[in-house]
Design a protein around this ligand. Structure first.
Ligand code: GDP
Length: 141
């Protein structure tokens, strides 16, 4: 097990529902360290760049529109095995398939408006973290 960093996003649906603080409390209770956090509203260009890996998918345009509809909270988390642990806490992409106790089971509205994002691999985290944060913006021991 190694100490990893991952990018988490509390998506616009969850911020609009007023559960950003509840989700942050779950993150802290689960032992993740918050190294960086900011609230921002993604522009169309920023959303399409972030999700460029999905540009051939049928839902790409809709996803990008959803991600620009209001503010998100973007967070860098650190923990042992952070990437997989945060994905386990998020739950399955489609809340209909998400396990009890996961954030998506509790807070997602649909397969698209599914409350949270998490990097899916070390290479993805290495792209996603600097997409939003400079090294100077991340807390370091
Ligand atoms: P994740 O890693 O669990 O977030 O899932 P993916 O990387 O497969 O998809 C990225 C995001 O696209 C998801 O979190 C959803 O917001 C959205 N998404 C995924 N599948 C669908 C779909 O079938 N329809 C729509 N409208 N959105 C989807």
């Amino acid at each position: 097990m190694s100490v990893e960093r991952t990018l988490a996003i509390i998506k616009p649906d969850a911020v609009a529902k007023g559960v950003a603080g509840t989700i942050l409390a779950r993150i802290e209770a689960d032992g993740f360290k918050i190294l960086g956090i900011k609230m921002l509203r993604l522009s169309a260009e920023q959303a399409s760049g972030f999700y460029a890996v999905h540009k051939e998918r049928s839902f790409y345009r809709s996803l990008c529109t959803f991600m620009t509809q209001g503010p998100s909270v973007v967070i860098v988390l650190e923990a042992d095995n952070a990437i997989q642990r945060w994905r386990d806490l998020m739950g399955a992409t489609d809340p209909a398939n998400a396990a009890a106790g996961t954030i998506r089971k509790e807070f997602a509205s649909s397969i698209e408006a599914n409350a949270v994002h998490g990097s899916d691999a070390p290479a993805t985290a290495a792209f996603e973290i600097p997409y939003f944060f400079s090294a100077l913006e991340l807390w370091a021991r």
